[in-house]
Design a protein around this ligand. Structure first.
Ligand code: KIV
Ligand code: NA
Length: 275
C-alpha cells in the first residue's frame, strides 16, 4: 500500500501519479487491477452514479455507502473519500464528527475537501486529528451555484495569485496533496512549483504531478456530457448497450436460453412425474 510519503517521493522524483474515481466494488476492483496509484471516491458520484444534476445533494451517508464498497473492491490501493457539500462548514465540532465517521467507517487513507479560506482551519484540525487531507482548488463543483456554473478558474492574474496563496495555505495547514480542477495550464505549473506537496490535475494541463479523471468519463460509461479536458480510453457504454440489446432480441426470438443453459431431470423421474 502506498502512503502519503510515497506520493511526496513520487513528486520529488518526477514520477507521475495516476488517480481515478471509483464508486463501488467493481469499479474500484478494476482500478486496482489496472495499477491505479490512488482511487478517489468523489462526490461526483452524485452526478455519474445517482443521476443528480450537481454534487450538492450528496450526503455523508452516501459517501460512506460508496466508500465502503470501493474499499472492498480495492483493499490494497490508497483510497481518498470526498467530504460532501455542507459537511465541513459551520461548526468545527460537527465537521470533526463527520470527518471521523467517513474516515473510520470507509477505512479510507485520506479525505478530500474543496476550498481554502475557512477550510484551511478545518484542514489543520483534521490533520492534527490524524486524518490525511487532500485539498481541492480551482473549480469547486460544490460551489458551482456561487461561481455561476462550471467554468475555468484562475484566468486573471489576480485570481491566479489568490489560488497560489490558497495552495500554500493548504500546504501549511497540513494538506499532503492538492487537486487542481479546471485552471489554465500555466497556473497549474506555477502552483506545482510553489508547493512541495504533489498536485493532481483535472483540466489543468500536463505539468501537475499527477492526473485524475472521473471513471464514467474515462470509460464512456453512461456519462451524457464529456468535458473538453477528458480523454476517454474505452467505449464501455456502447459495448454494454449493444450487449443488452442483443439479450432483449434473443429473449424475444427464443435464441436464449440455449440447451447449454438448461438443467435436465432424469428420464425415470420424468416417468414418475407423468405417472
Ligand atoms: O468528485 C470528483 O470526482 C472529484 C474529482 C473531479 C477531482 O472531486
Ligand atoms: Na469531488
Amino acid at each position: 500500500m502506498k502512503n502519503t510519503a510515497t506520493f511526496s517521493k513520487m513528486k520529488a522524483e518526477g514520477d507521475k501519479i495516476a488517480m481515478l474515481t471509483a464508486y463501488d466494488y467493481p469499479s474500484a476492483k478494476l482500478a486496482e487491477e489496472a495499477g491505479m496509484d490512488i482511487i478517489l471516491v468523489g462526490d461526483s458520484l452524485g452526478m455519474v452514479v445517482l443521476g443528480y444534476d450537481s454534487t450538492v445533494k450528496v450526503t455523508v451517508d452516501d459517501m460512506i455507502h460508496h466508500g465502503k464498497a470501493a474499499r472492498r473492491g480495492a483493499p490494497d490501493t490508497f483510497l481518498v473519500v470526498d467530504m460532501p457539500f455542507g459537511s465541513f462548514h459551520g461548526s468545527l465540532e460537527r465537521t470533526h464528527d463527520n470527518a471521523v465517521r467517513i474516515f473510520q467507517e470507509t477505512g479510507a487513507e485520506a479525505l478530500k475537501l474543496e476550498g481554502a479560506d475557512e477550510v484551511v482551519e478545518v484542514t489543520r484540525m483534521l490533520t492534527r486529528t490524524g486524518i490525511p487531507v487532500v485539498s481541492h482548488l480551482g473549480l469547486l463543483p460544490q460551489s458551482a451555484g456561487v461561481l455561476g456554473g462550471y467554468k475555468v478558474q484562475g484566468k486573471t492574474a489576480y485570481a491566479a495569485k489568490k489560488l497560489i496563496e490558497d495552495a500554500k495555505a493548504c500546504e501549511a495547514a497540513g494538506a499532503f496533496m492538492l487537486v487542481l480542477e479546471c485552471i489554465p495550464h500555466q497556473l497549474a505549473r506555477e502552483v506545482s512549483a510553489a508547493v512541495s506537496i504533489p498536485t493532481i490535475g483535472i483540466g489543468a494541463g500536463s505539468e501537475t504531478d499527477g492526473q485524475v479523471l472521473v471513471y464514467h468519463d474515462t470509460l464512456k460509461y453512461g456519462s451524457h456530457h464529456i468535458p473538453k479536458f477528458v480523454r476517454s480510453y474505452a467505449e464501455t457504454g456502447a459495448s454494454m448497450k449493444s450487449g443488452l440489446s442483443e439479450y432483449v432480441a434473443e429473449v424475444k426470438s427464443g435464441a436464449f436460453p440455449a440447451e447449454e443453459h438448461r438443467f435436465t431431470m432424469k428420464e425415470e423421474e420424468l416417468q414418475q412425474l407423468y405417472g
